[in-house]
Design a protein around this ligand. Structure first.
Ligand SMILES: Nc1ncnc2c1ncn2[C@@H]1O[C@H](COP(=O)(O)OP(=O)(O)OP(=O)(O)O)[C@@H](O)[C@H]1O
Length: 216
């Protein structure tokens, strides 16, 4: 089943020219697709539309085989698709790293013991165990970014939307992130200004140009 299908999506912020003006894309299970485009071209807006945080003025959003139109349609989408925000501070809000990672599983009804087991598994998979009991807001920018990915993976999503995941990462951690992402089974939709990273992760790139997604 196709994970995500956007067809002819149009969207404008109030009083502004259209940001999305007939954008279409399709994401299949296991596929890695990247989206490029200049600052302000609408890449983050596109992610917001996928998760139902902005409603398009026209077009079709079909996710996991169902058309998604109203807010209630997107509850399931947000549970099954994980978004790594552009700014980790929008995503991390608990006192410690372990609490931040446990938050999602607890929210999904896991017991405390189950949530803690997930915390340890995800941190160990990402080789981040040393950050487990650190105060979240005292982490470095790069550490926050990797922890953000851990919080999303803890929800066991079926697809990942990654918004500029290499921001704040040094070369070593960028290489580690690439290796981690390459090892994941999930479909990935990546927004990135880093061409080398894009090419290494995703064989296909679409560019957002004048509100439309074109193959480059
Ligand atoms: N909440 C908002 N209200 C009004 N305008 C907005 C809002 N969010 C974004 N915009 C505008 O919409 C356009 C697209 O923004 P968006 O953040 O989607 O671009 P982007 O491609 O992700 O940019 P970047 O590469 O800089 O992250 C920009 O002109 C931006 O100023």
């Amino acid at each position: 089943m196709t994970i995500l299908e956007l067809e002819d999506i149009c969207f404008s912020y109030p009083g502004q020219a259209p940001v999305l003006d007939g954008a279409s894309l399709q994401l299949e299970p296991g596929q890695r697709l990247s989206i490029a485009g200049p600052n302000g071209s609408g890449k983050s807006t596109l992610f917001r539309v996928v998760l139902g945080l902005q409603a398009p003025s026209s077009g079709r959003v079909n996710i996991f085989g169902k058309d998604r139109c109203v807010e209630a349609d997107f509850h399931e989408v947000r549970r099954r698709i994980g978004l790594v925000f552009q700014d980790p501070d929008d995503q991390l809000f608990c006192p410690t790293v372990a609490e931040d990672i446990a938050f999602g599983p607890l929210n999904l009804g896991r017991s405390t013991a189950e949530a803690l087991a997930i915390v340890d598994k995800v941190l160990s998979d990402l080789d981040l165990m040393h950050l487990r009991d650190r105060i979240t807001h005292k982490l470095s920018g790069g550490e926050k970014r990797l922890v953000t990915l851990a919080t999303v993976l803890a929800m066991e999503p079926e697809a990942l939307l990654l918004d500029e995941p290499t921001n704040a990462l040094d070369a070593k951690n960028e290489a580690r992130l690439l290796e981690i992402l390459q090892g994941l089974p999930q479909a990935i939709l990546l927004v990135s200004h880093a061409p080398a990273f894009r090419r290494s992760l995703a064989p296909e790139t679409l560019e957002l140009r004048r509100g439309q997604l074109v193959t480059v």
